[in-house]
Design a protein. Structure first.
Lengths: 237, 79
């Protein structure tokens, strides 16, 4: 199977995502330039972290109008799995592929640290290989990860089980101290209605090898591989 | 014509930057500044000479790009 890694001007985690999927997972992977309008046969799309367009105006606000985003929207509408990591998550929010918006961290500081996130739901292409309640130790690096949604949107997200990851203690307890940026309901990641588009602020691609301090992020990318393999098996059956 | 677009966070949305600026002003002795909300300001030079058209165009680009309707609202002045 093939991962397509979208490269926007200012993306800086594109090579990490490529390395994790190609060299660690051993899958096919290809970069997709933001001006391209061809997804090159990708089975799964990753919108990587970074500072697309220098974070000018608002994070992700300009990247969402890149030519490739029309194809990303169409791919998502067909049910294709899309993962937005950090700035990629912010782009998905600006594009309206996920609900809500990002505010400046409540500390007004750029936070670079390992955090713990709890897997809330496993019925998405990016958590199907994980265990519900599993706590993953994964790094964050962002200044604007303070997730905001209006109370009605938030209530809908919770009722539909669209919150996929929450910031917790290493023991899976949801506390305010474990929340690194002030996100409402400790939300670290969520999915769309159809559950095929997932965005999260932590960087799983930076936590795929124990030599780098944690391999907990691997389960997120392995889930994508598993979901595509299962889909193929279902199609053949 | 020139359009001025003022984008601000909606009143219900917390503004960490505004809060930090207010705290800094308080530590400088400006206790009389009760609160600060930070926003963005844009000047658009428009090809049209008609105020109504200028306002319509500015509103369109504010809706599409300059403001995020989830968290922000905007005000337009034209001259």
């Amino acid at each position: 199977m093939k991962f397509g890694v979208v490269v926007f001007p200012g993306s800086n985690c594109d090579h990490d995502a490529y390395h994790a999927t190609k060299h660690v997972l051993g899958q096919d992977a290809e970069f997709l330039w933001h001006k391209d309008t061809d997804l090159k046969g990708s089975d799964v799309l990753i919108l990587p972290g970074g500072f697309s367009y220098g974070d000018y105006l608002r994070t992700g606000a300009i990247a969402r109008f890149s030519p490739i985003m029309r194809d990303v929207q169409a791919f998502a509408a067909r049910g294709g799995p899309v993962l937005g990591i950090c700035n990629g998550f912010q782009i998905l929010l600006e594009a309206g592929l996920l609900p809500g918006a990002m505010l400046r961290n409540r500390s007004v500081k750029f936070v670079c640290a390992h955090v713990n996130i709890r897997v809330e739901q496993t019925d998405t292409p990016f958590t199907c290989a994980a265990r519900k309640g599993q706590v993953l130790r994964i790094p964050i690096a962002h200044g604007e990860g303070n997730y905001f949604a209006t109370p009605d949107v938030l209530a809908k997200l919770e009722a539909n089980r669209q919150v996929i990851f929450r910031y917790t203690t290493p023991y899976g307890e949801m506390t305010d101290d474990a929340n690194p940026n002030g996100s409402v309901n400790n939300i670290a990641g969520l999915c769309n209605d159809a559950r095929n588009v997932v965005g999260l602020m932590p960087h799983p691609e930076r936590a795929c090898e124990s030599a780098l301090g944690s391999a907990d992020g691997l389960v997120i990318l392995e889930s994508a591989v598993q979901s595509i393999r299962d889909r193929v098996l279902v199609a053949r059956a | 014509m020139r359009a001025r677009v003022f984008v601000t966070l909606k009143p219900s949305v917390f503004d960490p930057q505004g809060k930090t600026i207010a705290d800094a002003l308080h530590s400088l002795g400006y206790g009389g500044v009760e609160d600060v909300r930070q926003g963005k300001y844009f000047e658009l030079d428009l090809a049209t000479a008609e105020a109504a058209q200028a306002k319509k165009l500015a509103a369109e680009v504010a809706d599409k790009l300059l403001a995020n309707p989830v968290i922000e609202s905007y005000r337009i002045e034209v001259e």
